[in-house]
Design a protein. Sequence first.
Length: 210
Amino acid sequence: MSLIAKANEGGSFTPVPSGMHLARCYKIVDLGSQKSEYMGQVKIQHKIMLQFEVWSEDENGQPTTTQKGEPLSITKRYTLTLAEKASLRNDLKTWRGRDFTPEELRGFELKNVLGVWAMLSVTRDAAANGKEYTNIQAIMPVPANVKKAGLPEPHNTPAMYSIEDHDDAIFETLSEGIKKIVMASPEFQSRNPHQSAPSQQEDDSDDIPF
């Protein structure tokens, strides 16, 4: 099964600094149906996660990397829908530089974004528990002058994990926290009935990147 969005429906972590950064989408993860609560209303929705490698610099112009010298990583989770007000549709729209056509809204292959470069607007936001979190506020296309100057050599191999088409090799590349989220979903449980759920604490189409 391919993931299609529709209109109807080990080591210390180094956070990405705030600001605008060049990034590349290298992983899409099917999280399955997840429970969420907002203003007292509980919903069960099919969620996905996009993961980006980020090419950024500190205030001195030096590359910001992990302790291993690799690009930093940042993720964003979405409900799998291209409904008019959906976050996924909004981010893909700004990334593409235009909205979806009626035909595209009937089924858009998310694998089209794998390996695609973008500009990410990243912020540090405080949560109600007092902790600060790094969030992707907007995804935009890479300016022509940046492309002309040359993009970095990609670091991560693009991959998409689908629960229905479970692939052990791809699944093992996920963090332990994300594995637990996936394994707790009813979709994963139904395909693995003996697996116990873990506890969880310009408008030119040629210019459109995907």
